[in-house]
Design a protein around this ligand. Structure first.
Ligand code: TRP
Length: 358
């Protein structure tokens, strides 16, 4: 039986499509995870199977990215002794639930999912993406529901996925657990539903723009500041941000990325003062603001960088430690996910036995 704890559960995760996490991940979700580790029973998932939906021909890269992201988690302060690290490919119940959940979602609704649509655009997938690509959104419902969490800390871009996940939970509980269709989502679990209907918890900064000032920060767009970037690289990337006043108003718009970063990384009163200066059209020295921002971001990243360097200061670059952490998490993750699968199969009346669940 899975270890019992009275703490409510959360689940969230990252897809190892890049070598490491960036500031967008930090303010969008990692910060929340750190804060929630004490009060919640936390599950942090590394979606390595999902990475194959766009990188099927790059298994080595996915493996390296997987190790890199777990190193980032450890460096940031996610604690495998308090929280459970879940490697998706080691939890078969997730794949089994994905197939079941695919039957509960209208195909067209999945294809209209705005997060998927944006990804198809920004990654230039055209119409050549695999069948598995949109399927990952269904898989994400299974990632979440396998752990029956109450909260899912994510960035704003993931909201459509969480909404789909809520739809799946509602539908499952109604179809197979006798929950009335007038029952409020929050009451589903106590009314006999297998799945609590989880809520998204959006980070302090819902969407962090990249250094290009246009798109969401993302490795594939080359506009990201990574947690592992050196002090120099951080400052260089900030310095490259262009600050041009609007030709008509002659003012730098309040929505400008530099001002977004001031809000995100400088003390509140300082960010407000800078905003006021820009709004009043004062002769603001962009260079000084950039130096101040670079320093603030580096203050945030220095301890993370140091912890990562320490972890990597072995001949194998810390890989063995990460493997142990993964093994430790997989055990607990499977205990919980297998219990969920057992409950789901019973509700669906396909519990004919023969298989022993953990
Ligand atoms: N799709 C998420 C991202 O790209 C990562 C992810 C996979 C996830 N499974 C999840 C996030 C489950 C929250 C819950 O950031």
């Amino acid at each position: 039986m899975p270890p019992t704890t009275s703490k409510p559960r959360i689940l969230t995760g990252d897809t190892p499509t890049s070598t490491g996490l960036h500031l967008g991940h930090f303010v969008g979700s990692l910060e929340n995870r750190l804060r929630l580790q004490d009060d919640y029973d936390c599950y942090f998932l590394i979606a390595n199977v999902h990475a194959f939906t766009t990188l099927a021909d790059k298994p080595d890269q996915i493996r390296a990215n997987t190790l890199g992201i777990v190193k980032d988690w450890l460096a940031v302060g996610l604690d495998p002794d308090r929280s459970t690290f879940v490697l998706q490919s080691e939890v078969p119940a997730i794949a089994e639930l994905t197939f079941v959940f695919a039957m509960l979602l209208p195909f067209n609704k999945v294809m209209r999912n705005p997060t998927l649509k944006t990804e198809i655009d920004t990654k230039g997938l055209g119409d050549t993406y695999s069948f598995g690509f949109p399927m990952y959104a269904v898989g994400q419902c299974a990632d979440i529901l396998a752990f029956r969490p109450e909260l899912v800390p994510v960035g704003e871009d993931q909201e459509a996925h969480i909404e789909m996940c809520r739809d799946v939970a509602l539908k499952f509980n109604q179809l197979y657990c006798g929950v009335n269709n007038r029952t409020l989502p929050d009451d589903h679990h106590k009314s006999g539903g297998v799945f609590p209907v989880p809520k998204a918890k959006i980070g302090r900064v819902a969407r962090l723009a990249g250094t290009d000032g246009v798109n969401k920060m993302s490795k594939s767009l080359g506009n990201a500041i990574f947690l592992y970037d050196s002090e120099k690289d951080v400052q260089k990337k900030i310095n490259k941000i262009t600050v041009q006043p609007d030709p008509e108003t002659k003012l730098v718009p309040q929505s400008h990325v530099l001002l977004q970063y001031c809000d995100a990384f400088l003390p509140k009163n300082r960010a407000e003062a800078i905003r006021a200066d820009y709004a009043a059209g004062k002769d603001v020295m962009h260079g000084h603001i950039k130096a101040e921002l670079g320093a603030a971001i580096n203050t945030l990243l220095t301890p993370i960088r140091e912890r990562r360097a320490k972890l990597e200061a072995t001949p194998d670059g810390g890989d063995a430690v990460v493997q142990d952490v993964i093994r430790q998490g997989v055990k607990k993750a499977n205990a919980v996910a297998e219990e969920t699968l057992y409950l789901a199969k019973k509700a669906m009346k396909v519990d004919f036995g023969g298989r022993t669940f953990a």
